[in-house]
Design a protein around this ligand. Sequence first.
Ligand code: CA
Length: 250
Amino acid sequence: MSNKYKILVVEDEHNISSLIGALLEADGYQVISASDCANGKMLFFSHRPDLILLDMGLPDADGITLLGEVRKASFIPVIVISARTDEADKVEALDHGANDYVTKPFSSAELLARIRSALRTAAFHSDNGIYDGVFVSDGFLIDYDARRVFVDGTEVKLTQTEYNIIAFLSRHPGKVLTYSAIIKEIWGYSDSGSVKKLQVNMANIRKKLGARPGKKNYIVNELGIGYRMCERSEPVSDKTAATSHSTVAK
Ligand code: CA
């Protein structure tokens, strides 16, 4: 089986790189691999992949460096592979334009789900265009001109701030937006109470949108990092459920 997508894997640990390569090829992806930033950059420009899996700790430079080079040239999805559990590193990668991240060890099911989601989001951007006045996703609709939000045809009454947060998230579907990125966009400044203020607004938004375990969930909370608007609704327990599958990288 084969699909049209080409994935560039930039990872210096040979075992992990070959495991990921085998996993992706078994799922029908074309795979090209690099083990450092310089080679990754060369392959990116010569092969024009559809998605990059990028390790953060590389021998010649930090993965952030390559991410910066890629972002100067392209908006293709970049999923960061991080061995670090330190949230600051994930936040840095997301703020530098990464779409998503997985933390080692991750399961094969989780990695494949993240890749599918990132590729769907990219296709969503190019096929539909989200700046045409409305955002539509699986029963969820935002009318940007009227500043109104609907779930399954029923209007959801939001405050100005709540609407602004939803509209901002919806312009980056599938991407994790960090607390600081959202705060900067919505309030223009941050102080010691900003994260709490955002969390309170978000709790109200999620309640108004009807988020319940196992039900449609349009906005996912990435604990300690930020929030992600799903381009399709997904079960609340999506991420945790995936981790019970076999582990491919340690
Ligand atoms: Ca590494």
